[in-house]
Write a protein that binds this ligand. Structure first.
Ligand code: G1P
Length: 279
């Protein structure tokens, strides 16, 4: 793997997952399995494919299962050692060998911007990726973060992945506006968090993949709470956008909104039919 300028990926994972209650009462939504693999593992694999080895996870109360997932389970290892079941652990063992995991807790849920700022201690002063695990992205040739890292190498500014959504759904997303500077690449001039369809500047929505330059931390510190009284990354990014330093990228691939039950079901069916291989 060629050396990547982006070494770390931040995973905000403190949210409650209310749409999946009661399942998510004591189980992190990031651990929901799409077929046989938890959502967060798909995300970690996408980040590793893009050349990242530092996985910085912002957790919260009730999220211990995530840490255990990326750790050795000695009893299990002992039980299946030498048996034909060992193959089931191959992928996760590779991840544990090749990636380094670090964790910090978000004490209060004050929005995605606040979650990202909480992760500053794990990231430090370097550009980094952010991956929201409930946006599951499928592209067997080149993952979305790999596509974005390629762009970062050239443009060296923040990049958000975008996708066309039905106009009536703009209130679920950050929605962008700007000028197309190359096919599928937009220099952003405006971003609005969860606008009503009639107030939306376009039907191009931000999805859960970002590359951010580290000045974003100081900007977030100076960003007042916005939509829903939460500190929004969309608002912080506007400061960079005003200086022409944010690109929107129409990624190649298919996204499943696994934060909603219908999107999750669609992903499960798709991955079962197209990705899952019986061992
Ligand atoms: C967050 C962001 C939003 C973005 C979305 C992508 O919203 O605030 O701008 O469009 O992720 O999934 P959330 O889904 O956490 O409410």
């Amino acid at each position: 793997m060629e050396d990547s300028p982006i070494k770390k990926c931040l995973f905000p994972a403190a949210g409650y997952g209310t749409r999946f209650l009661p399942t998510t009462k004591s189980m992190p939504k990031e651990m929901l399995p799409v077929v046989n693999k938890p959502l967060i593992q798909y995300g970690v694999e996408e980040a590793m494919d893009a050349g990242m080895s530092g996985m910085a996870i912002v957790t919260g109360r009730g999220k211990r299962a995530i840490e255990d997932h990326f750790d050795i389970n000695y009893e299990l290892e002992h039980q299946i050692a030498g048996s034909d079941k060992e193959g089931y652990l191959r992928e996760i063992r590779r991840i544990m060998n090749e990636a380094v995991f670090s964790y910090t807790r978000q004490i209060e849920m004050k929005g995605l911007g606040h979650a990202i700022l909480t992760g500053e201690t794990l990231i430090g002063d370097q550009p980094f990726a952010v991956l929201l695990a409930d946006d599951l992205c499928y592209n067997p040739e080149k993952g979305v973060l790999s596509q974005m890292v390629e762009l970062y190498k050239y443009y060296r500014c923040s990049i958000v992945a975008i996708e066309e959504v039905p106009k009536e759904e703009t209130n679920k997303y950050g929605v962008i506006d700007g000028k197309e500077i190359a096919p599928g690449l937009i220099r952003l001039s405006n971003m609005v968090e969860k606008p009503k369809p009639e107030d939306a500047p376009s039907n191009l929505a931000i999805i859960g993949r970002y590359i951010l330059t580290p000045d974003i931390f100081q900007i977030i510190r100076n960003t007042p709470p916005g939509r829903n009284g939460e500190v929004q990354i969309t608002d912080a990014l506007m400061t960079q956008a005003k200086a022409g330093r944010v690109l929107g990228y129409k990624f190649k691939g298919r996204r499943f909104d696994c934060g909603s039950v219908p999107g999750f079901m669609e992903a499960t069916r798709f991955y079962f039919e197209n990705v899952y291989k019986e061992q």
